[in-house]
Design a protein around this ligand. Structure first.
Ligand code: HEC
Ligand code: HEC
Ligand code: HEC
Ligand code: HEC
Ligand code: HEC
Length: 400
C-alpha cells in the first residue's frame, strides 16, 4: 500500500488549464445541498450529516487530490476492492478500467503530436500524469508548458478511469472525501453525498467535448441524449448503463449496487423489422426490406468516438446453415476529417428514436439446400478488428 505522502501534490496550479479551450457539457451550476437533517427524537440515533460534496469536476479533468480520505490507505481501485468487491469486479471488466492500457487508445495516442489533451479524460486524476501543464504559451492549447509531477503514481495510471476519478475529491479545507449517493453510517471513510453522480451532466464531463473550429462536438453522446425522448422521460445514462446488480458485499447496501460494467444490452439498441417472402426459390431474385429503429439507445447508434461504427449485415442461410447468397452489409458511422478541427463530412448514424430503411435484392444460389432456412440480421459494434457481434433478428424462410 502507498503511504499518504505520495498522494500529496506539489502543485495545484494546473487544474484549470487543460479545459480552457474546451466547451463541454454543462455541469449543474451549484453543488448539491445535503438534505436538511430532521430533528432527532429523544433517544433516537443522531443522523449522520454528510459533509457537503464539492463539484465532481469543478473544471476539466484531471483533478488534483491533495490528501487521502481519512480511513483509506490508498486511492487505488485495489484498495477499494477490499471492501467493494462487486463495484470493483464489474468496473475491472469495463473499458473505464482499461482507458489507459487499451491498445486502440494507445495506438491513437501515438499518432497525435500533442497528447496532453487526449489524456485528460482517459486519466482523470493529476497523480496519473507524469507531467502536468503549468500553463499554455500564448494561451494556445497546442503549446502546453509541461512540468514534472512529483506525485505521479504509475500504478494508479494503469487503472485509467479509476474509482477515485469519479468518487474522491478534496474539499476546500484540504481534507479529502469519498463521494456517494447515500449518507453512509458505517463506512471507515467519510462519505459526502452528491446527487451529481446520478446526473448525465456528470458523464458529460468526458462523454461530450468540442473545440474551437469544430462544426459539431467530437464526442456528442450527451447532446444526443439531451435531444432524445429518453431525456424528456427522465431516463438517464445511469438508468441504462448502471442498473442495480446484486452481490454487493457492503453492509447497508441491501445487497445491490449499481453495475460498474456500464454495459447496456447492445442487442436491444436497434430493432430490426424484416419484410420478405415466406418462401424463396433458388436462382430466383427476391427483395428483402430492412427497417432499423433505434429503440433502445439514449443516443445515436453508434455514439462517441468517430472511429466507432455499427455494421448491420443480413445473411441468408439455407437449411444446412450455409450462406445462400452474398451477405448485405450496411455501415452506420460518422466520417470526420483526419486533421483538426476534425469536421464531420458524412454521418449515417441512426439517431435515438430514428430509423433507417433499405431494400436489397437477394438471389438464392442453386447450390443451396431446400427446407427451412433463415434470414439473420447481425450487428457488429466497435472499431475495426475490435468489433463485437450480436444477433438482432432471425426470420424463418422456406427455401424451395
Ligand atoms: C465513471 C465513474 C465511476 C467510476 C470509475 C466508479 N464509479 Fe462507483 N458510482 C458511480 C456512479 C455514477 C454511481 C451512482 C450510480 C447510481 O446510483 O445511479 C456509483 C455508485 C457507487 C457506489 C454506491 C453504491 C450504492 O449502493 O449507492 C459504490 C460503493 C461505488 N460506486 C464504488 C465504486 C468503486 C469501488 C469503484 C472502483 C472499483 C467505482 N465505484 C468506480 C460512478 C463511478
Ligand atoms: C475498509 C473498507 C472500505 C474501503 C477500503 C473503502 N470503503 Fe467505501 N465504504 C465502506 C463501507 C462499510 C461503506 C458504507 C456502506 C453503507 O453504509 O451503505 C462505504 C461506503 C462507500 C460509498 C457510499 C455508498 C453509497 O451508498 O453512496 C462509496 C461511494 C464508497 N464507499 C466508495 C469507496 C471507494 C471509491 C473506495 C476506494 C477509494 C472505498 N470506498 C474504500 C467500506 C470501505
Ligand atoms: C473521467 C472521465 C469519464 C467519466 C466521468 C465517465 N466516463 Fe465513460 N468512458 C471514459 C473513457 C475514457 C472511456 C473509453 C475508454 C477506452 O475504451 O479507451 C469510457 C467508456 C465508457 C463506456 C463504454 C464501456 C464499455 O465497457 O464498453 C460507457 C458505456 C461509458 N463510458 C458510460 C459512462 C457513464 C454512464 C458515465 C457517467 C455515470 C461515464 N461513462 C462517466 C471516460 C469517462
Ligand atoms: C435508453 C437507454 C440508454 C441511455 C439513456 C443511454 N444509453 Fe448509452 N447505450 C445504450 C445502448 C443500448 C448502447 C449500445 C450498447 C453498446 O454499444 O455496447 C449504448 C452505448 C453507449 C456507448 C458506446 C459503448 C461502446 O461499447 O462503444 C457509450 C459510450 C454510451 N452508451 C454512453 C452513454 C452516456 C454517456 C449516456 C448519457 C448521456 C447514455 N449512454 C445514455 C443505452 C442507453
Ligand atoms: C472529453 C474527454 C475525452 C478527451 C479529451 C479524449 N477522449 Fe478519447 N474517449 C473518451 C470517451 C468518453 C471514450 C469512450 C466512449 C466513446 O467512444 O464515445 C473515448 C474513446 C476513445 C477511443 C476508442 C477506444 C476504443 O477502444 O474503441 C480512442 C481511440 C480515443 N478515445 C482516443 C482519443 C484521442 C487520440 C484523444 C485526443 C485527440 C482523445 N481520445 C481525447 C473521452 C475523451
Amino acid at each position: 500500500m502507498r503511504p499518504p505522502a505520495r498522494i500529496a501534490l506539489v502543485s495545484t496550479f494546473a487544474i484549470a488549464a487543460i479545459g480552457i479551450a474546451l466547451a463541454r457539457g454543462k455541469n449543474p451550476p451549484t453543488p448539491d445541498e445535503p438534505p436538511p437533517a430532521a430533528p432527532a427524537a429523544e433517544g433516537a440515533p443522531v443522523p449522520v450529516s454528510a459533509p457537503e460534496a464539492p463539484r465532481l469536476f469543478p473544471t476539466s479533468p484531471p483533478v488534483a487530490i491533495t490528501s487521502l480520505p481519512p480511513g483509506l490507505a490508498s486511492l487505488s481501485a485495489q484498495g477499494c476492492n477490499a471492501c467493494h468487491a462487486a463495484a470493483h469486479d464489474t468496473w475491472a471488466g469495463s473499458r473505464h478500467s482499461s482507458a489507459w492500457t487499451d491498445p486502440v487508445f494507445q495506438a491513437a495516442l501515438a499518432s497525435v503530436a500533442d497528447s496532453t489533451l487526449c489524456q485528460s479524460c482517459h486519466l482523470p486524476l493529476q497523480a496519473q500524469h507524469p507531467s502536468i501543464a503549468a500553463g499554455y504559451v500564448d494561451g494556445a492549447i497546442s503549446r502546453p508548458q509541461m512540468v514534472e509531477n512529483t506525485a505521479f503514481d504509475a500504478g494508479l495510471r494503469s487503472e485509467g478511469v479509476t474509482c477515485a476519478g469519479c468518487h474522491v475529491r478534496t474539499l476546500p479545507d484540504g481534507t479529502s472525501t469519498v463521494l456517494g449517493t447515500h449518507a453512509a453510517t458505517n463506512s471507515p471513510h467519510p462519505v459526502a453525498v452528491t446527487a451529481e453522480l446520478r446526473t448525465p451532466e456528470f458523464c458529460a464531463t468526458c462523454h461530450e467535448v468540442s473545440w474551437p473550429g469544430a462544426d459539431q462536438p467530437y464526442y456528442a453522446t450527451y447532446t444526443e441524449w439531451k435531444s432524445s425522448g429518453w431525456a424528456a422521460a427522465g431516463v438517464t445514462c445511469q438508468s441504462c448503463h448502471m442498473a442495480p446488480t446484486t452481490g454487493a458485499n457492503v453492509p447497508g447496501s441491501n445487497g445491490t449496487a449499481p453495475a460498474h460494467t456500464y454495459a447496456a444490452d447492445p442487442s436491444r439498441a436497434l430493432s430490426a423489422l424484416v419484410r420478405m417472402p415466406g418462401t424463396v426459390h433458388r436462382n430466383e431474385a427476391f427483395d428483402l426490406s430492412l427497417t432499423l429503429q433505434n429503440t433502445g439507445a439514449g443516443h445515436s447508434m453508434p455514439t462517441g468516438n468517430p472511429a466507432n461504427s455499427a455494421v448491420v449485415t443480413v445473411v441468408l442461410l439455407d437449411a444446412a446453415g450455409k450462406e445462400l447468397a452474398p451477405p448485405w452489409p450496411q455501415t452506420f458511422a460518422r466520417t470526420v476529417d483526419a486533421v483538426a478541427p476534425y469536421r464531420t463530412t458524412a454521418d449515417t448514424r441512426i439517431a435515438s428514436g430514428g430509423q433507417a430503411a433499405g431494400t436489397h435484392r437477394f438471389t438464392p444460389s442453386v447450390k443451396g439446400a431446400p427446407g427451412l432456412g433463415y434470414a439473420e440480421v447481425r450487428l457488429a459494434l466497435g472499431n475495426g478488428k475490435a468489433a463485437r457481434t450480436y444477433l438482432l433478428s432471425r426470420v424463418p424462410v422456406t427455401v424451395e
